[in-house]
Design a protein around this ligand. Structure first.
Ligand code: ATP
Ligand code: MG
Length: 330
């Protein structure tokens, strides 16, 4: 049997090139090797976005992310794509697992402090505090062996591992202790040169952007601020335009040539950026073609989610039954 892997996204908006580099690219490969569950974690969004106006955006966000998944080549025939709230067993398991972790332990999770600082929250809700417990429920419900983790998720997975161990010790072996899958994760710098491409920073190229949007965004990208004339020697290292060239331009000879000329002051920013826009549009072209097949077919998208969620629910019900038996709850 193939190892089981779980990962996913909170449906808070469209996905961008940073998501592609940081996780989606990896998932397309992982779906070949593992039994993959890709969760659209709508309940997790409630921890910081519980207002009615935010909840109203969920269906659209879910449809957009699903389209992004399909566009990059995630295949619902190979992987189970499901919506968390359509698998209510998640909430039941979450309640049981909540008994197996101390409040103090959750208060020490570093991402909690980050979120509280960023969103100016002085007291976390019980739901926000227990975000990692809900995540543990997602992971353990499918007996996942592997969870891909970037920097910010490693601490959450540690909580899930501790809960799994404690459960197995107290009630008998039910859960594999999920392991982090490290690697394949890279952080993409923002268009503005800020450390990270991020929705809330407005420095993104979305996977769903059209050719003109990509062109416009690239032409106004941050480069070497000290360079005023095309004849000034420019800085290649750390320059977002060249970082993107390295990541997305398949014509490595062209990239090497541009870098060399840039450093010597023999090429203008306009040419470097036009070539980048072309490379990015070439890179996005196959995704646009795949997207077209699903776009405007809301029925098909809904079917993919409902079938994936039904499939997920079957497994979830079996695990929950086993959990209750182990605990003596039935
Ligand atoms: P927000 O601005 O709302 O925080 P975001 O654009 O930063 O949104 P998140 O939802 O925070 O996106 O990101 C989810 C996951 O996607 C991250 O944990 C990370 O794995 C990956 N990711 C996001 N942005 C990048 C990036 N620029 N480079 C690499 N990976 C990224
Ligand atoms: Mg973020």
């Amino acid at each position: 049997m193939k190892p089981i892997l779980l990962t996913g996204d909170r449906p808070t908006g469209k996905l961008h090139l940073g998501h592609f580099i940081g996780s989606l690219r990896n998932r397309v490969a992982l779906q070949e090797k593992y039994t993959c569950y890709f969760i659209l974690a709508d309940l997790h969004t409630l921890t910081t976005r519980s207002g009615k106006d935010k909840i109203k955006q969920l269906p659209q966000n879910i449809a957009n992310i699903l389209l992004d998944y399909l566009a990059v080549g995630i295949d619902p025939q190979k992987a189970v794509i499901y919506r968390q709230s359509l698998v209510p067993e998640t909430a039941y398991l979450y309640l049981l697992l909540a008994m197996m972790v101390q409040v103090g332990r959750l208060e020490r999770v570093p991402t909690l402090k980050d979120v509280m600082r960023d969103l100016k929250i002085s007291q976390p809700s019980l739901g926000l505090l227990s975000y990692p417990v809900l995540q543990a429920a997602d992971i353990l419900l499918f007996k996942a062996n592997l969870v891909p983790v970037g920097k910010d998720q490693a601490a959450h997975l540690e909580v899930a591992r501790e809960i799994a161990r404690k459960f197995n010790k107290d009630y008998g072996q039910v859960f594999p202790v999920p392991k982090p899958l490290i690697g394949g994760e890279q952080t993409l710098i923002g268009l503005d040169g800020k450390a990270k491409m991020s929705k809330s920073l407005g420095n993104c190229i979305y996977l769903s952007d059209n050719e003109q949007e990509v062109e416009q965004k690239v032409m106004s990208m941050y480069t070497d601020p000290k360079r005023i004339h095309a004849t000034d020697p420019g800085r290649v290292k750390g320059n977002p335009v060249f970082i993107y060239h390295d990541v997305f331009n398949v014509d490595k000879k062209q990239v090497a040539d541009l870098k060399q000329r840039y450093a010597k002051g023999r090429v203008g920013d306009v040419e470097v950026k036009q070539k980048l826009a072309k490379a990015l549009n070439d890179f996005l072209a196959p995704m646009r073609a795949r997207r077209q097949k699903y776009e405007n077919n809301g029925k098909l998208l809904e079917r993919i989610i409902s079938q994936g969620s039904q499939q997920a629910q079957q497994t979830a019900q079996a695990t929950l039954a086993q959990v209750k038996t182990a605990m003596g709850l039935n």
